[in-house]
Write a protein that binds this ligand. Structure first.
Ligand code: B1M
Length: 213
Protein backbone atom coordinates (compact mmCIF):
# COMPACT_ATOMS: atom_id res chain seq x y z
CA UNK A 1 0.00 0.00 0.00
CA UNK A 2 1.11 3.57 -0.63
CA UNK A 3 1.42 5.94 2.32
CA UNK A 4 -1.82 7.67 1.20
CA UNK A 5 -3.67 4.36 1.14
CA UNK A 6 -2.29 3.41 4.54
CA UNK A 7 -3.46 6.71 6.05
CA UNK A 8 -6.96 6.39 4.57
CA UNK A 9 -7.12 2.81 5.83
CA UNK A 10 -6.13 3.85 9.37
CA UNK A 11 -9.08 6.24 9.41
CA UNK A 12 -11.43 3.55 8.13
CA UNK A 13 -10.13 0.96 10.60
CA UNK A 14 -9.98 3.42 13.48
CA UNK A 15 -6.36 2.55 14.20
CA UNK A 16 -3.69 4.98 15.37
CA UNK A 17 -0.88 2.44 14.99
CA UNK A 18 1.88 3.87 12.82
CA UNK A 19 -0.20 6.98 12.17
CA UNK A 20 2.41 9.58 13.08
CA UNK A 21 5.14 7.74 11.14
CA UNK A 22 3.05 7.89 7.99
CA UNK A 23 2.08 11.50 8.63
CA UNK A 24 5.78 12.35 8.95
CA UNK A 25 6.46 10.55 5.68
CA UNK A 26 3.76 12.52 3.90
CA UNK A 27 4.79 15.82 5.51
CA UNK A 28 8.14 15.52 3.78
CA UNK A 29 6.37 15.90 0.43
CA UNK A 30 3.02 17.59 1.00
CA UNK A 31 1.60 20.49 3.02
CA UNK A 32 -0.61 19.49 5.98
CA UNK A 33 -3.83 20.72 4.36
CA UNK A 34 -3.27 18.53 1.31
CA UNK A 35 -2.87 15.56 3.63
CA UNK A 36 -6.14 16.43 5.39
CA UNK A 37 -8.06 17.10 2.18
CA UNK A 38 -6.52 14.07 0.44
CA UNK A 39 -6.03 10.73 2.19
CA UNK A 40 -7.60 11.66 5.53
CA UNK A 41 -10.82 12.96 3.92
CA UNK A 42 -10.84 9.95 1.58
CA UNK A 43 -10.80 7.76 4.67
CA UNK A 44 -13.61 9.74 6.34
CA UNK A 45 -15.73 9.60 3.19
CA UNK A 46 -15.24 5.84 3.05
CA UNK A 47 -16.32 5.64 6.71
CA UNK A 48 -19.45 7.58 5.77
CA UNK A 49 -20.14 5.22 2.88
CA UNK A 50 -19.67 2.08 4.98
CA UNK A 51 -21.78 3.51 7.80
CA UNK A 52 -24.52 4.33 5.31
CA UNK A 53 -24.42 0.71 4.10
CA UNK A 54 -24.69 -0.55 7.70
CA UNK A 55 -21.20 -1.99 7.44
CA UNK A 56 -19.98 0.10 10.40
CA UNK A 57 -21.64 0.88 13.72
CA UNK A 58 -21.58 4.26 15.50
CA UNK A 59 -18.89 3.09 17.95
CA UNK A 60 -16.62 2.29 14.99
CA UNK A 61 -17.31 5.64 13.33
CA UNK A 62 -16.41 7.30 16.62
CA UNK A 63 -13.06 5.49 16.61
CA UNK A 64 -12.43 6.68 13.07
CA UNK A 65 -13.26 10.22 14.18
CA UNK A 66 -10.71 9.87 17.01
CA UNK A 67 -8.00 8.90 14.51
CA UNK A 68 -8.96 11.83 12.26
CA UNK A 69 -8.78 14.21 15.22
CA UNK A 70 -5.41 12.81 16.30
CA UNK A 71 -4.08 13.24 12.75
CA UNK A 72 -5.30 16.83 12.50
CA UNK A 73 -3.84 17.62 15.94
CA UNK A 74 -0.50 16.14 14.84
CA UNK A 75 -0.50 18.17 11.61
CA UNK A 76 -1.58 21.45 13.18
CA UNK A 77 1.86 22.66 14.36
CA UNK A 78 3.13 22.09 10.80
CA UNK A 79 0.57 24.43 9.27
CA UNK A 80 1.60 27.80 7.98
CA UNK A 81 0.81 30.60 10.34
CA UNK A 82 0.39 34.12 9.02
CA UNK A 83 2.06 36.68 11.27
CA UNK A 84 -0.67 39.27 11.04
CA UNK A 85 -2.46 41.51 13.44
CA UNK A 86 -5.93 40.28 14.37
CA UNK A 87 -8.15 40.61 11.33
CA UNK A 88 -11.43 40.03 13.06
CA UNK A 89 -13.39 37.83 15.40
CA UNK A 90 -15.45 34.78 14.41
CA UNK A 91 -17.98 33.16 16.68
CA UNK A 92 -18.12 29.49 15.67
CA UNK A 93 -20.57 26.72 16.51
CA UNK A 94 -22.06 23.42 15.42
CA UNK A 95 -25.82 23.97 15.42
CA UNK A 96 -28.34 22.61 17.90
CA UNK A 97 -28.89 18.84 17.68
CA UNK A 98 -25.63 18.11 15.88
CA UNK A 99 -22.48 16.65 17.45
CA UNK A 100 -20.21 16.62 14.39
CA UNK A 101 -17.25 18.88 15.07
CA UNK A 102 -14.25 17.79 13.01
CA UNK A 103 -14.99 20.17 10.14
CA UNK A 104 -15.84 23.00 12.52
CA UNK A 105 -12.59 22.51 14.41
CA UNK A 106 -10.71 22.54 11.13
CA UNK A 107 -12.28 25.91 10.39
CA UNK A 108 -11.11 27.12 13.80
CA UNK A 109 -7.54 25.94 13.18
CA UNK A 110 -7.31 27.46 9.71
CA UNK A 111 -8.84 30.79 10.61
CA UNK A 112 -6.90 31.20 13.82
CA UNK A 113 -3.67 30.38 11.98
CA UNK A 114 -4.52 33.15 9.57
CA UNK A 115 -5.09 36.08 11.86
CA UNK A 116 -8.65 35.54 13.09
CA UNK A 117 -9.67 35.44 16.68
CA UNK A 118 -12.01 32.43 16.90
CA UNK A 119 -14.43 31.84 19.75
CA UNK A 120 -15.45 28.18 19.43
CA UNK A 121 -18.72 27.53 21.25
CA UNK A 122 -18.61 23.79 20.61
CA UNK A 123 -21.41 21.47 19.50
CA UNK A 124 -25.22 21.38 19.83
CA UNK A 125 -25.34 25.14 20.25
CA UNK A 126 -28.91 26.46 20.46
CA UNK A 127 -29.73 29.89 18.99
CA UNK A 128 -30.22 31.41 22.47
CA UNK A 129 -26.63 30.54 23.40
CA UNK A 130 -25.37 31.99 20.15
CA UNK A 131 -27.29 35.22 20.68
CA UNK A 132 -25.92 35.54 24.21
CA UNK A 133 -22.38 34.89 22.91
CA UNK A 134 -22.75 37.57 20.22
CA UNK A 135 -23.59 40.06 22.96
CA UNK A 136 -20.70 38.88 25.12
CA UNK A 137 -17.96 38.55 22.48
CA UNK A 138 -18.97 41.20 19.92
CA UNK A 139 -17.73 39.18 16.93
CA UNK A 140 -17.36 40.43 13.35
CA UNK A 141 -19.01 37.34 11.92
CA UNK A 142 -20.74 34.11 12.94
CA UNK A 143 -19.82 30.65 11.61
CA UNK A 144 -22.27 27.75 11.71
CA UNK A 145 -21.43 24.15 10.96
CA UNK A 146 -23.79 21.18 10.61
CA UNK A 147 -23.59 17.81 8.92
CA UNK A 148 -27.03 16.34 9.31
CA UNK A 149 -29.88 17.06 6.93
CA UNK A 150 -31.88 18.35 9.91
CA UNK A 151 -28.98 20.72 10.72
CA UNK A 152 -29.52 22.56 7.46
CA UNK A 153 -33.08 23.23 8.65
CA UNK A 154 -31.73 24.18 12.08
CA UNK A 155 -29.59 26.82 10.37
CA UNK A 156 -32.76 28.35 8.96
CA UNK A 157 -34.26 28.48 12.48
CA UNK A 158 -31.02 29.90 13.86
CA UNK A 159 -30.98 32.60 11.18
CA UNK A 160 -34.58 33.52 12.06
CA UNK A 161 -33.77 33.71 15.78
CA UNK A 162 -30.65 35.81 15.17
CA UNK A 163 -32.69 38.17 13.02
CA UNK A 164 -35.39 38.46 15.71
CA UNK A 165 -32.64 39.36 18.18
CA UNK A 166 -31.58 42.21 15.88
CA UNK A 167 -28.36 40.51 14.75
CA UNK A 168 -27.27 41.00 11.14
CA UNK A 169 -23.57 40.07 11.27
CA UNK A 170 -22.25 38.11 8.27
CA UNK A 171 -23.20 34.45 8.64
CA UNK A 172 -20.74 31.89 7.30
CA UNK A 173 -22.26 28.42 6.92
CA UNK A 174 -20.77 25.07 6.01
CA UNK A 175 -21.14 21.32 6.37
CA UNK A 176 -21.83 18.22 4.34
CA UNK A 177 -25.63 18.48 4.18
CA UNK A 178 -25.62 22.09 2.97
CA UNK A 179 -25.53 23.41 -0.56
CA UNK A 180 -25.00 26.87 -1.94
CA UNK A 181 -28.52 26.76 -3.31
CA UNK A 182 -30.08 25.88 0.08
CA UNK A 183 -27.99 28.61 1.70
CA UNK A 184 -29.17 31.26 -0.72
CA UNK A 185 -32.81 30.22 -1.05
CA UNK A 186 -33.62 29.06 2.49
CA UNK A 187 -31.16 30.50 5.02
CA UNK A 188 -30.47 33.90 3.45
CA UNK A 189 -34.22 34.39 2.97
CA UNK A 190 -34.70 34.32 6.74
CA UNK A 191 -31.76 36.49 7.74
CA UNK A 192 -31.15 40.22 7.87
CA UNK A 193 -27.42 40.20 7.02
CA UNK A 194 -25.28 38.45 4.40
CA UNK A 195 -25.21 34.64 4.41
CA UNK A 196 -22.21 32.96 2.80
CA UNK A 197 -21.73 29.30 1.97
CA UNK A 198 -18.26 27.74 2.37
CA UNK A 199 -17.66 24.40 0.70
CA UNK A 200 -14.65 23.66 2.89
CA UNK A 201 -12.50 25.26 5.56
CA UNK A 202 -10.14 26.99 3.07
CA UNK A 203 -13.13 28.45 1.28
CA UNK A 204 -14.29 29.65 4.71
CA UNK A 205 -10.97 31.43 5.17
CA UNK A 206 -11.23 33.08 1.73
CA UNK A 207 -14.72 34.32 2.53
CA UNK A 208 -13.71 35.55 5.99
CA UNK A 209 -10.75 37.41 4.46
CA UNK A 210 -13.04 39.07 1.93
CA UNK A 211 -15.47 40.06 4.66
CA UNK A 212 -12.85 41.95 6.65
CA UNK A 213 -10.96 43.50 3.73
CO1 B1M B 1 -22.25 11.02 11.71
N1 B1M B 1 -23.36 11.21 10.11
N2 B1M B 1 -23.83 10.65 12.77
N3 B1M B 1 -21.02 10.74 13.17
N4 B1M B 1 -20.89 11.07 10.46
C1 B1M B 1 -22.72 11.64 8.89
C2 B1M B 1 -22.72 13.18 8.72
C3 B1M B 1 -23.53 10.90 7.76
C4 B1M B 1 -23.54 11.58 6.40
C5 B1M B 1 -23.02 9.45 7.66
C6 B1M B 1 -23.84 8.60 6.70
O1 B1M B 1 -24.89 8.13 7.02
N5 B1M B 1 -23.36 8.38 5.51
C7 B1M B 1 -24.94 10.85 8.45
C8 B1M B 1 -25.86 12.05 8.17
C9 B1M B 1 -27.09 11.64 7.40
C10 B1M B 1 -27.97 12.79 7.13
O2 B1M B 1 -28.40 13.55 7.96
N6 B1M B 1 -28.25 12.91 5.87
C11 B1M B 1 -24.56 10.76 9.91
C12 B1M B 1 -25.41 10.27 10.93
C13 B1M B 1 -26.73 9.69 10.47
C14 B1M B 1 -25.06 10.29 12.30
C15 B1M B 1 -25.94 9.86 13.50
C16 B1M B 1 -27.41 10.25 13.44
C17 B1M B 1 -25.77 8.35 13.67
C18 B1M B 1 -26.57 7.71 14.77
O3 B1M B 1 -26.42 8.03 15.91
N7 B1M B 1 -27.42 6.82 14.38
C19 B1M B 1 -25.21 10.55 14.66
C20 B1M B 1 -25.72 11.98 14.84
C21 B1M B 1 -25.59 12.48 16.21
C22 B1M B 1 -25.96 13.96 16.26
O4 B1M B 1 -25.30 14.77 15.65
N8 B1M B 1 -27.01 14.26 16.98
C23 B1M B 1 -23.81 10.60 14.13
C24 B1M B 1 -22.68 10.55 14.94
C25 B1M B 1 -21.38 10.56 14.46
C26 B1M B 1 -20.16 10.32 15.34
C27 B1M B 1 -20.30 10.92 16.75
C28 B1M B 1 -19.95 8.82 15.48
C29 B1M B 1 -19.02 10.92 14.43
C30 B1M B 1 -18.73 12.42 14.73
C31 B1M B 1 -17.56 12.64 15.64
C32 B1M B 1 -17.19 14.09 15.73
O5 B1M B 1 -17.43 14.90 14.86
N9 B1M B 1 -16.60 14.43 16.85
C33 B1M B 1 -19.65 10.85 13.04
C34 B1M B 1 -18.91 10.95 11.83
C35 B1M B 1 -17.41 10.96 11.97
C36 B1M B 1 -19.53 11.04 10.55
C37 B1M B 1 -18.89 11.02 9.15
C38 B1M B 1 -18.51 9.58 8.86
C39 B1M B 1 -17.68 11.91 8.94
C40 B1M B 1 -17.85 13.38 9.32
C41 B1M B 1 -16.53 14.10 9.35
O6 B1M B 1 -15.98 14.35 10.42
N10 B1M B 1 -15.95 14.37 8.18
C42 B1M B 1 -20.09 11.55 8.25
C43 B1M B 1 -20.05 11.04 6.84
C44 B1M B 1 -19.40 12.01 5.87
O7 B1M B 1 -19.38 13.21 6.08
N11 B1M B 1 -18.93 11.49 4.79
C45 B1M B 1 -21.26 11.32 9.12
C46 B1M B 1 -14.64 15.04 8.08
C47 B1M B 1 -14.81 16.57 8.23
C48 B1M B 1 -13.47 17.29 8.07
O8 B1M B 1 -15.69 17.00 7.21
O9 B1M B 1 -17.34 18.00 8.87
O10 B1M B 1 -17.94 17.72 6.41
P1 B1M B 1 -16.92 17.97 7.46
O11 B1M B 1 -16.28 19.41 7.18
C49 B1M B 1 -15.86 19.80 5.90
C50 B1M B 1 -16.91 20.62 5.14
O12 B1M B 1 -18.22 20.16 5.35
C51 B1M B 1 -16.66 22.02 5.58
O13 B1M B 1 -15.25 22.06 5.79
C52 B1M B 1 -14.73 20.78 6.10
C53 B1M B 1 -13.60 20.45 5.13
O14 B1M B 1 -12.62 21.42 5.10
N12 B1M B 1 -17.31 22.59 6.77
C54 B1M B 1 -17.32 23.95 6.94
C55 B1M B 1 -17.91 22.02 7.80
N13 B1M B 1 -18.34 22.94 8.65
C56 B1M B 1 -18.00 24.14 8.16
C57 B1M B 1 -18.21 25.43 8.64
C58 B1M B 1 -17.75 26.50 7.88
C59 B1M B 1 -17.07 26.28 6.69
C60 B1M B 1 -16.86 25.01 6.19
O15 B1M B 1 -17.89 27.77 8.24
C61 B1M B 1 -18.47 28.08 9.49
Amino acid sequence: LSVEERLARRIVEGSKEGLTDDLDLMLAAAPPLDIINGPLMDGMNEVGRLFNNNELIVAEVLQSAEVMKAAVAYLEPHMEKAETATKGKLLLATVKGDVHDIGKNLVEIILSNNGFDVVNLGIKVPPEQLIQAVREHQPDMIGLSGLLVKSAQQMVVTAQDLKSAGIDLPLLVGGAALTKRFTLTKIAAEYAGPVLYAKDAMDGLDIANRLVS
